[in-house]
Design a protein around this ligand. Structure first.
Ligand code: 6PG
Length: 246
């Protein structure tokens, strides 16, 4: 049964501070033997959170974290389109996390083979639950069309995939992508949807108020099997949330 929790903040900075505190809470509750696995996403809100963490003395015990990605654009790691590069510039350069704890999706490799290689890496490193690796934390953004990670509306086969990662493409730009599947995402312990800005308000309202075929939207299909779904929004993104059914 999915536990969904919703928090609305008056600024992105407050949202980032809340996320940081939750991350520290999860880290402090974990033992010292197994690292905490965190899968990052691309997008503007994760970027703002990375900047907050980079610019504040957060006291996060980085040596307890192994970093992964939930999706990547199939470009060089130097490209401004790369999710890895975004994280590197805005977070990784500024924190004491050993490169041996950073496991990126290689966007420069052939997508299908890389999706398979990355799935094998995750299987090796992340402890399993229900015979599927269980990330401790996954960060997700939300597209105005209801996509999340690189799971786009209408990708029927991909949304039912039994793999952990798949190669796919952006339906409008045709850009190749590698994405975690719902099978992997929904097995996570804690999922954070990080969503800010007025342009997201309509989609946030549709999903959280369960309207207009909301069930068809990839972001709405994120329903952790045993974990927690935490939506962190700013007031603009939460602009259409009244009379929630949750
Ligand atoms: C990506 C993503 C994607 C993103 C959303 C929201 O690589 O593009 O992981 O799912 O998180 O599109 O992005 P914005 O916050 O920039 O709108």
């Amino acid at each position: 049964m999915t536990k969904t929790c919703l928090q609305v903040f008056s600024s992105v900075e407050e949202l980032a501070a809340y996320f940081t505190a939750k991350l520290k809470e999860i880290l402090s509750q974990s033992g010292n033997t197994v690292p905490i696995s965190v899968a990052l996403s691309g997008g503007s809100t994760p970027k703002a959170i990375f900047e907050y963490i980079a610019n504040n003395d957060t006291g996060i015990p980085w040596n307890k974290i192994q970093l992964f990605w939930g999706d990547e654009r199939c470009v060089s790691p130097e490209s401004t389109e790369s999710n890895y590069r975004m994280a590197k510039e805005h977070l990784l350069k500024h924190i004491p996390l050993s490169t041996s704890n950073i496991f990126r999706i290689k966007g420069e490799e052939a997508p299908v083979a890389e999706a398979q290689r990355y799935a094998e890496t995750v299987v090796k490193l992340v402890p399993q639950q229900n015979q599927v690796p269980q990330f401790d934390i996954i960060l997700l953004g939300l597209g105005e069309d209801g996509h999340t990670a690189s799971l786009f509306p209408g990708s029927t086969e991909l949304l039912q995939s039994h793999q952990l990662f798949e190669a796919t493409e952006h339906p409008v730009t045709g850009q190749k992508r590698i994405t975690a599947t719902l099978k992997l995402i929904n097995n996570a312990k804690t999922i954070f949807f990080l969503v800010t800005g007025e342009s997201k308000a309509k989609m946030v309202g549709r999903i959280l108020k369960r309207k207009n075929n909301w069930k068809q939207l990839p972001a709405a299909m994120v329903q952790p099997i045993n974990g927690e779904n935490i939506w962190l929004l700013d007031e603009k993104a939460a602009g259409q949330l009244t009379n929630l059914k949750h």
